[in-house]
Design a protein around this ligand. Structure first.
Ligand code: PLP
Length: 375
């Protein structure tokens, strides 16, 4: 492949020396769990999005689960309560809800934004609805006046799945007074899986929230449920952020603005150059706040476009070909409902290269190859 979809080694090559030095600092410190790198990262993350508290955890799925478990401990919801979540999300969003003993209620997205259709959430309400999980899919924020009103009118909590949108901004100010994703709802989950906009050299995640009590509960839950040594107040788990990963993330967090600017530039090139009549381009948010975790085009002949690009030496990917309600582990649970918009997105979506190894020159070539598709 002349233009691989994502080449993490190539993307990280310019940072290799700095990352090695950061990991060496951890080895020299002898602090292999917790410690300064973790604390520094939590502080940097909270500051970057304007959240009051950040807690490093092992991965993004745990970040989501721990927030929901924390709300149950706080008495804000109980087992069997419902959480509205978009049907076209990565499976982890749904797994987190199930794992916490809650019921996911899948909501059809807007075809235009591919995010929750915030004007049409009433149909998913029941007596047991306690929260909305808004997923900022592909790096586009999903938090607006309609969602805020829906949550306020129905006394719902908002949990952000911010795995894909670190650094994005919404058109509305969140409950924490900032308009950055991660500080919009009552709590947010981050993933630093290697392919995300800020990626670790392995698994990592974090929770942000304005609620000091929730932050303390999540921190305890992720550390065997202990609030101090050998004192377990919850039935916890081990989901701490590894200090080696924190050291890597401290290097990468300093590059967040540059990484976001780079992705915005590539998206601008794609959107300004691709003119194929059979291809639908992704919408840009009016406030310019998108961080383009993925650049997702749609066409009814998606597989043919993917093959055309592969023949031209261009790697692409599909996010996601099989939505959660079609997964073997989950399909029986959702068999009574239809999600036609979600299915149409799954059938038509194709992600063009936009990761760390993709250059401006490559994006121009890729856009030209897309335009040359004769279907
Ligand atoms: C990556 C991702 C997750 C899960 O994060 P992990 O760190 O891989 O556990 C959750 N939700 C969405 C939308 C994601 O993209």
């Amino acid at each position: 492949m002349k233009h691989p979809f994502l080449d993490l080694a190539a993307a990280d090559a310019p940072l290799a020396g700095e990352l090695a030095a950061a990991m060496t600092r951890v080895i020299r410190s002898g602090r292999y769990v917790g410690g300064e790198e973790v604390a520094a990262f939590e502080q940097a993350l909270a500051q970057s999005c304007g959240a009051a508290h950040a807690v490093g955890v092992a991965n993004g799925l745990d970040a989501l689960r721990l927030i929901l478990r924390g709300w149950i401990i706080q008495g804000k919801m109980m087992h069997g309560d419902e959480v509205i979540v978009p049907a076209n999300t990565y499976v982890a969003s749904v797994l987190a809800i199930l794992d916490a003993g809650l019921r996911p209620v899948l909501a059809e997205p807007s075809w235009e934004t591919m995010n929750l259709d915030t004007e049409r959430l009433d149909q998913y309400l029941s007596e047991r609805t306690r929260a909305v999980m808004t997923v900022h899919l592909y790096g586009r924020s999903c938090f607006d006046a309609a969602l805020k009103r829906f949550a306020a009118d129905n006394s719902l909590l908002i949990i952000e799945d911010n795995a894909q949108a670190i650094g994005a901004t919404a058109p509305e100010t969140g409950f924490g007074g900032s308009n950055c994703t991660g500080a919009l709802g009552h709590a947010a989950a981050f993933s630093f899986y290697p392919t995300k906009n800020i990626g670790a050299i392995g698994d990592a995640g974090a929770v942000t929230t304005g609620d000091a009590e929730l932050a303390a509960i999540v921190r305890a839950l992720a550390n065997y449920g202990s609030d101090r040594r050998y004192h377990n107040i919850y039935i916890g788990q081990n989901s701490r952020l590894d200090p080696v990963q924190a050291a890597v993330l401290n290097v990468k967090m300093r590059l967040l603005e540059a990484e976001t600017a780079r992705r915005r530039e590539l998206a601008r090139i794609y959107s300004g150059t691709i003119t194929h009549k059979d291809i639908l381009l992704p919408q840009h948010s009016a406030n310019g706040g998108d961080v383009w975790h993925q650049y997702v085009v749609r066409t009814p002949r998606r597989d043919a476009l993917q093959q055309h690009l592969a023949a031209a030496g261009i790697g692409t990917d599909i996010h996601y070909a099989v939505p959660p309600h079609r997964q073997p582990a989950l399909e029986a649970m959702f068999a009574d409902n239809a999600y036609p918009i979600t299915e149409r997105i799954a059938a038509q979506c194709l992600s063009l290269p936009i990761g760390g190894n993709t250059t401006v020159e490559a994006a121009a070539e890729i856009a030209a190859a897309v335009n040359a598709w004769c279907d």
